[in-house]
Design a protein. Structure first.
Length: 368
């Protein structure tokens, strides 16, 4: 029946068309930055994603189309549809059903394996752009990255300065990032530059990339890390050599020094941190952050590991640890007479359980 002069069929068609139109309008305002890379590494990653998607759609699209076709052709009202209740096998059909997905899986596996190895973040890049290999004389730009709560610290050891929440690099120059975290895991991500790489405390990760077009791009943490995570963002600038030289001079002109004492203040959690510039940096700061020995008097984790590797018996904070493994007495699980005859009564078994700490000796503690 008509409703306000419109037939019900027209109203239904209009209602069905609303979701696609609304989705189109919503997506029209999106910036598909991952699909619009400005660096060669991100470009290769984009191409890998597109190729894998198209390859999978070769199976997905026909299957979805055939589901609709079969549902329409063999509907209950179609009395002319061919009906074969005794049909159960077709060799030709089985070959098509299994060979096509198998070939796609093999192709997808080969492309993915090759792409992931060529785009390994730890592997130095071999080209600046397609058909443009890295010059033999090119020196990568070294950038040391520290994920703080909740801001990013970038140290340029080649130039001796540091910035907070601002990163820049020359166009067509390889970049070598060394990354760590001060407290919790984060993920360094500049979508137009390269894929994300995790930063973890007491560990160092690496990322190699290049930016091919000058511009102002967004970087952020793509791994939740606490209350200030939403504002843990920074700007990444791709610049020509002249603009980058001016940017370097601007940062080196800052009178603020990033000493270890200043770092301990900067390390404290803050939200919506502004851009900061440090004209000079303690040369061993990044290594100290990785090894958790920024605090004066603390022992670096690397030194502790060297001591343990050189002499496993060097630990003397517990009884018996000063001996080698062969010399240490073995502690029985239930009784001191292990290997002897079994006890005749359960009460004769000396049980090990929680007890009060011994007061005759206080273990020596190492500084952290």
């Amino acid at each position: 029946m008509p409703m306000n002069g419109l037939p019900l069929r027209a109203i239904r068609r209009f209602t069905i068309a609303i979701p696609p139109v609304a989705l189109t309008l919503l997506l029209g305002g999106c910036d598909m930055v991952v699909m619009n890379p400005m660096g060669d590494v991100a470009l290769q990653q984009r191409n890998l994603v597109v190729f894998a998607t198209i390859l999978m759609l070769l199976i997905v699209v026909p299957v979805i189309a055939l589901v609709g076709l079969f549902a329409w052709k063999y509907r209950a009202s179609n009395k002319d549809a061919r009906y074969e209740p005794d049909w159960d096998h077709s060799t030709q059909l089985e070959l098509v059903i299994w060979s096509a997905p198998l070939l796609i899986i093999i192709c997808l596996g080969a492309v993915t394996w090759t792409g992931t190895h060529l785009l390994d973040p730890y592997r130095p890049i071999e080209r600046i752009a397609k058909g443009k290999p890295v010059p033999a004389s090119a020196k990568p730009l070294e950038v040391e990255v520290v994920a703080l709560d909740w801001k990013w610290l970038f140290i340029y050891p080649e130039y001796g300065f540091a910035t907070v929440n601002q990163l820049a690099a020359p166009v067509d120059r390889p970049i070598h990032f060394r990354l760590t975290s001060s407290s919790v895991m984060n993920a360094f991500y500049v979508p137009t530059l390269a894929g994300m790489i995790y930063t973890m405390p007491s560990m160092e990760t690496q990322l190699h990339a290049v930016i091919n077009k000058a511009g102002d791009y967004e970087g952020f943490s793509s791994n939740y890390s606490g209350a200030g995570f939403s504002h843990m963002r920074f700007r990444f600038y791709g610049m020509d050599e002249a603009a980058f030289a001016k940017w370097v001079a601007l940062n080196k002109a800052s009178p603020i020094q990033l000493t270890r004492a200043n770092y301990l203040v900067l390390e404290k959690p803050t939200e919506k941190a502004p851009v900061m510039r440090f004209g000079t940096v303690d040369p061993g700061l990044f290594k100290a952050v990785v090894n958790h020995c920024v605090v004066p008097g603390s022992v670096c984790m690397s030194e502790m590991m060297k001591m343990d590797m050189a002499d496993p018996s060097a630990m003397t904070d517990e009884a018996g640890h000063a001996m080698t493994m062969r010399e240490r007495p073995r502690s029985p699980l239930t009784t001191r007479n292990a290997g002897g005859p079994p006890p005749t009564k359960p009460a004769d078994i000396e049980q090990r359980g929680p007890s009060a700490p011994s007061t005759d000796r206080v273990p020596n503690k190492r500084p952290l």
